[in-house]
Design a protein around this ligand. Sequence first.
Ligand code: PMP
Length: 423
Amino acid sequence: MKNSDFNQRRLQATPRGVGVMCDFYAQQADNATLTDVEGAEYIDFAAGIAVLNTGHRHAKVVEAIEKQLAHFTHTAYQIVPYESYVGLAEKINELTPIQEETKTAFFTTGAEAVENAIKIARCHTGRPGVIAFGGAFHGRTYMTMALTGKVKPYKTGFGPFPGSVFHAAYPSDARGISVQESIRSLESLFQCDIDPQQVAAIIFEPVQGEGGFNVAPAEFVSALRAICDQHGIVLIADEVQSGFARTGKMFAMQHYVHQADLMTMAKSLAGGMPLSAVAGKAAIMDSPLPGGLGGTYAGNPLSIAAAHAVIDVINEEQLCERAVHLGGKLRAVLEEAQEVCPALAYVRGVGSMMAAEFSDPASGKPSAAAAQAVQKHALAQGLLLLTCGQHGNIIRFLYPLTIPEAQFDKALAIVKNALESVS
Ligand code: PMP
């Protein structure tokens, strides 16, 4: 089997809108190693876009799915319920950093979780407005596209979008946006666009994912909490990308004193199986009428089984601690490389949610070319890296937190080499 045979067929059979990054096709994947159909091996620092914090096919996750497979694969939870859904909700309620009675509902994709969080917030407040942030990514469905703060390619050609959605500026050192400016831009929405009493929710990522791993400063989260409290607005933390040990805590919100009212989660929740959730304050979660929330596949039993195993693995293998350890090693390599790679303008992140941002040393302008050169160089040496950011000039590192130390060190050597190559 050859990769090139499939490429021809892909171009013929599937639309270009379903963009594909790699020109090789997966055959096998184990922990942090991905093998293509020609037998070439890659160290997987993309991890299915932040889905595999527990690695590809973790033995415990596979075992849990196989066990469930022998019982039933689908009943539609809303028709015939099963205990594992309730048990997982109990676990998530326990883990969610919200110090009030919490409840959890399951869905299938990250976008679906965000959609439902907005539904719940609107139902609870009886208000239409939603405020999101520049650079945010919340999904590809209509409401989540509207919330997403990046036009190309996510919104191009797809309008009109649902109304009552507004964007404020997310704080960023690299963009020169201070917390004060960000909050000012939010408050100016209340003067120019919408009465705060008409705002149902403010949704933000504690660490922006697709937007470039921008970490929310503590004062920013405090200010959001205060604004939401003042006006009765529901604060939603979208932890679809930052959740499940990636930042060195089970959830990124645990890095802050203040708490959200609702949280969305997906990706690494179920170790490669499709599952998402909205968790939040019981009084808010209970607003929609019975039947107002759900979906045919929402809380699929195989995915729920996988999620139980994922949470066990995170605890047993101390993946929060490992995220801090691995992220520290990566940060050291990146910061050292800044001395020989002038295009590497910013190194930032928290735990193992680390990113390297590139700009042109002469003009200071974002350099997607430098990020792509590093990505290409790494791939040629067998390391799969992802880019992100408004300008595609940022490399994000999303390795499985279960990666063997020696393989991680090998990957770091490739990163170092790739960075030196663009200097
Ligand atoms: N929210 C965030 C923060 C995300 O990173 C993503 C996916 N990159 C989504 C929502 C949408 O998730 P999905 O692709 O599963 O719909």
